[in-house]
Write a protein that binds this ligand. Structure first.
Ligand SMILES: Nc1nc2c(ncn2[C@@H]2O[C@H](COP(=O)(O)OP(=O)(O)OP(=O)(O)O)[C@@H](O)[C@H]2O)c(=O)[nH]1
Ligand SMILES: [Mg+2]
Length: 201
């Protein structure tokens, strides 16, 4: 089965987007498989409403386990089976907290096996930090994804003030890549993401 992974720095909006994309596909309740850093696997039935409540946070490093959902993804003439994967945020350097270090290693392992890569940025954060808002690990994910093929950048939080300026910085930095501006709050960009995933299945 093909898989599609959502990766990026902490707090860029990966989990919010993961849940919103599932909802956008018309799924309101699903089975989420949670894989923790010790290799324990737990499957739970969860409504998208409670998923948002429990899995999203304003604090970074909220997601430490890998969350997967298997779904029938709409393609041109029907459906293809797809595993959609939400991951722990990754940053440069070696984090002091062991659990965070292990969760990042887990994310990188999943990334190396992914067929479709959605690499997310927070446009408003990039605007605030300018070019330094794009981390070394982002460049490395970009290089890996660009070689791998089915890779696109999601420029998230485009609803925020000044986010368009952050988007411009991302576009100037990654000129060769397909970039989709997204807002999970306003539900914009989802049609384009769906089309991108669909044509890579
Ligand atoms: N304005 C705005 N806020 C967003 C958007 N997407 C997510 N957020 C907010 O950003 C914060 C982080 O969202 P998460 O979905 O937990 O981010 P994450 O990338 O999964 O974070 P980690 O799991 O910690 O790596 C939350 O407060 C969300 O409500 C968006 O499109 N627009
Ligand atoms: Mg998360």
């Amino acid at each position: 089965m093909k898989n599609c992974i959502i990766v990026g720095n902490p707090n860029v909006g990966k989990t919010s987007f993961f849940i919103a994309l599932i909802q956008y596909l018309g799924i309101n309740q699903c089975e989420i498989t949670v894989e923790d850093i010790y290799g324990h696997i737990n499957t739970k039935k969860i409504s998208m409403h409670s998923a948002k409540k429990y899995l999203v946070s304003i604090d970074p490093f909220k997601t430490k386990d890998i969350c997967k959902i298997q779904l029938d993804f709409p393609v041109y003439k029907g459906y293809e089976q797809l595993t959609l994967i939400d991951t722990a945020g990754i940053t440069d350097g070696i984090n002091k907290i062991e659990k965070i270090r292990k969760s990042m290693a887990h994310t990188l392992r999943e990334l190396s096996q992914a067929k479709i890569i959605l690499h997310m940025f927070d446009t408003e954060y990039v605007f605030r930090k300018k070019e330094s808002g794009i981390s070394e690990i982002d460049y490395q994910i970009n290089e890996f994804g660009s070689q791998q093929g089915c890779y696109c950048i999601l420029a998230n939080k485009i609803d925020k003030l000044q986010s368009e300026k952050g988007l411009k910085i991302i576009r100037n930095t990654f000129k060769e890549n397909y970039i989709i501006p997204v807002s999970t709050i306003n539900m914009t960009g989802f049609k384009e993401v769906k089309a991108f995933v669909s044509r890579n299945l």
